[in-house]
Design a protein around this ligand. Structure first.
Ligand code: HDE
Length: 704
């Protein structure tokens, strides 16, 4: 006993040889060496506030004896640890989120009473969570997947959650199909894979039997599901909602978020390699941008239309598999959202935030979209399961920032301490208990309903191919090739031939040429029969707004250029390029064979931001190779260096080179084109780096 006490004492002093007798004291001592010194550290306590004298050793019967049950400190700590996890979201488990604000720039007072949409200049705090859908919480950031785009507005009139996606349509028309869709896309239940991928039998089996999914299939096979950055995606409310004004008149509304940095995607081969290079690629990118003060920003736009206008549309806007082309109903910009603060704690905020489409404010109302109607039930229910209590609204990230009061009481984890005798309404015993507020309270906008009760899908929901065709026909030829190739890739992973054939049968309804390309890519022996179409396929006017390439901003803002150096590199050339790139708004990172840096031609050492083996060119938007002749010869023996330049070329990126850099390209058998620029031609490089070298693609891969 005497010895143990002495041992602990020694640990603190880090000196007395007597204390080193026990291995425990040694471990404790080692830990201590790395602790920061100085500062005002509060004492470490148990959850009951008991200060701890020793956080390195559990209570043992003797120094080498058994641990005692008596050790309530050990048990409290381990018990809490054992319960650290809560059920992850069944979908959208993997995400990153940030705080920020929404600023209204144009009033919608004519259409709504919601102050968040009427008070120009007012800044409403928001918390925005961007997620993948299919993978678990620990899955990679860059699968081919839809991104969730959920915004919680903490308005003066209560929390409004706009829970959308980065694709404006959905797979299904009716909520009752959602569990089937998700079971089909998730890991197959007998084998537990694939994680976070649509490229497997059960997904395509379900899709091939669900014609209403074809429009969304075109979107997910496009590069929209391969975003370059979460800062470069669009967001959509998907459903039609209703805005309601003071007179009680309702106008339909669709919400759109547009990124200030422009829309940008990666290409498939790059995405696959990114998953290995940095599983946290999107989270890191968002974190780094926000902590560097480069706050991501989106414009909020609305499409407004009346019931009468909607009746003239050649589709039913209450069907979530349809979008309203912006050529038909133009977008009106009404405000901007800026994300300017990374959460303090991932679990407390990003994990515990609970979005519900049913969280809205007076002046905004639902539409009859049957998918939305189902979601109004699902989210509240899922929060109860995930957060374990009906009091989840009391968790700081979920708590409204406006006053709220009602007679809901008690329950697990009740934090509030309500006072008084009265917990009901109406009552005559209290002068200050909360009461209904007819003038300012939420009212459902009236809507006349008539028709037959039953499990009936409206006939106006029957056209499953026209907008799939609209989407495909609106793409540039590069994008069409990517869609066809993605379909070939995914269906090639499907083992069942009849599923591949059924999908090609659907594609024949979308576009014959597309079906032919995919059938060719799959080497189908004969063309399958076209799928049955319940309604005639319409030819709609192409909508260029549905492209990515057309919307990519020619800019280096928010992008990152990687410069590969080695011993003997020309420091002046590196610094001059760095300066030019930074001035163009991009970030620059130096990559060298060793992270400590390289010895430049002038003898100085330039430190590196990344080691070559761990920093492939996929993480950059454009690259430069500035190396000496000897450096090039040395790098030619490194497959990481060869991959660096070959991938940059294959991923259609601009490459700046000096003479040594060109030598490395030769070793890598990269022939060069207009996107391979001399490092001295900084203007030429910057202009090539602001876009992708689309013309190069045919040279580097065979697309379907
Ligand atoms: Fe979701 N969805 N969803 N969803 N969804 C969830 O709620 C559901 C749908 C979306 O960052 C779950 O809190 C049903 C469409 C986002 O926390 C769950 C249906 C759209 C998020 C749920 C849909 C979305 C979710 C799982 C068919 C785009 C992440 C965890 C009727 C408009 C929110 C949770 C976050 C999350 C149900 C379809 C977007 C189970 C039943 C359409 C962005 O409640």
């Amino acid at each position: 006993m005497k010895k143990a006490t002495a041992g602990r004492k020694v640990e603190r002093d880090g000196a007395n040889a007597e204390g080193r007798v026990g291995g425990d004291a040694l471990a404790g001592n080692a830990g201590e060496l790395h602790q920061t010194t100085g500062g005002e550290h509060p004492p470490l306590t148990t959850n009951q506030g008991l200060p701890l004298s020793d956080n390195q050793n559990s209570l043992r019967g003797s120094p080498r004896g058994p641990t005692l049950l008596e050790d309530f400190i050990l048990r409290e700590k381990i018990t809490h640890f054992d319960h650290e996890r809560i059920p992850e979201r069944i979908v959208h488990a993997r995400a990153s989120a940030a705080h920020g604000f929404f600023e209204l720039t144009r009033s919608l007072a004519k259409y709504t009473t919601a102050t968040v949409l009427t008070e120009v200049g007012a800044k409403t705090p928001v918390f925005t969570r961007i997620s993948t859908v299919a993978g678990g919480a620990g899955s990679v950031d860059t699968p081919r997947d839809v991104r969730g785009f959920a915004v919680k507005f903490y308005t003066k009139e209560g929390n409004w959650d706009l829970v959308g996606n980065n694709v404006p349509v959905f797979f299904i028309q009716d909520a009752i199909k959602f569990p089937d869709l998700i079971h089909a896309v998730k890991m197959e239940p007998d084998r537990g894979f694939p994680q976070s991928a649509t490229a497997h039998d059960t997904f395509w089996d379900f899709i091939s039997l669900t014609p209403e999914a074809m429009h969304m299939v075109m979107w997910i096979m496009s590069d929209r599901t391969l975003p370059r950055s979460l800062r470069m995606i669009e967001g959509f409310g998907v459903h039609s909602f209703r805005l309601v004004n003071a007179a009680g008149d309702a106008t339909f509304v669709k919400f759109h978020w547009r990124p200030k940095l422009g829309l940008q995607s990666t290409i498939w081969d790059e995405t696959v390699k990114l998953a290995g290079a940095d599983p946290d690629y999107h989270r890191r990118d968002l974190f780094e941008a926000i902590t560097a003060g480069n706050f991501p920003e989106w414009e909020l736009s609305v499409q407004l239309f009346t019931k009468e206008e909607a009746e003239a549309f050649p589709f039913d806007h209450l069907d979530a598999t349809k979008l309203v082309p912006e050529e038909l109903v133009p977008l009106q910009v009404i405000g901007r959202m800026v994300l300017d603060r990374w959460p303090d704690n991932f679990f407390a905020e990003t994990e515990q935030v609970a979005y519900c489409p049913s969280h809205l404010v007076p002046g905004i109302d639902f539409s009859n979209d049957p998918l939305l109607q189902g979601r109004l039930f699902s989210y509240l229910d899922t929060q109860l399961s995930r957060l374990g209590t009906a009091n989840f609204h009391q968790i700081p990230i979920n708590r409204p920032k406006c006053p709220f009061a009602n007679h809901q009481r008690d329950g697990h984890m009740q934090i509030a301490v309500p006072r008084g005798r009265v917990a009901y309404e109406p009552n005559s015993l209290s002068t200050d208990s909360p009461r209904e507020a007819p003038s300012q309270g939420f009212r459902t906008a009236p809507l006349k309903e008539s028709g037959e009760k039953g499990r009936i899908r409206a006939e106006s929901f029957a056209d499953h191919y026209s907008q799939a065709r609209l989407f495909y026909m609106s793409q540039t030829s590069h994008e069409q090739a990517h869609i066809a190739s993605a379909l070939v890739f995914e269906l090639s992973k499907v083992e069942h031939l009849h599923v591949r054939e059924a999908m090609v049968g659907h594609l024949r309804r979308v576009d014959e040429a597309l079906a032919k390309r995919v059938a060719g890519g799959l080497a189908l022996e004969k063309m399958p029969a076209p799928a049955h179409a319940a309604a005639p396929v319409q030819n709609m006017a192409p909508s260029p707004a549905l492209q990515i390439i057309g919307k990519m901003k020619v800019t280096l803002e928010g992008r990152c250029v990687g410069i590969l150096i080695a011993d003997g590199s020309d420091g002046e050339a590196v610094n001059a390029l760095k300066k030019a790139v930074l001035a163009a708004g991009a970030d620059v990172k130096v990559v060298a064979p060793k992270v400590g840096g390289a010895k430049l031609a002038d003898g100085a050492t330039m430190s590196a931001d990344g080691q070559l083996a761990g920093t492939p060119s996929v993480v950059f938007d454009a690259v430069a190779v500035i190396v000496s002749e000897a450096g090039a010869h040395a790098l030619a023996k490194e497959s990481a260096a060869i991959d660096f330049v070959r991938d940059a070329f294959g991923h259609l990126k601009a490459i700046a080179v000096d003479a040594g850099g060109r030598l490395l390209l030769e070793h890598a058998r990269v022939e060069g084109d207009a996107g391979v620029v001399d490092v001295g031609d900084r203007k030429g490089f910057l202009s090539a780096a602001k876009t992708r070298q689309w013309a190069r693609e045919a040279q580097v891969r065979t697309l379907a």
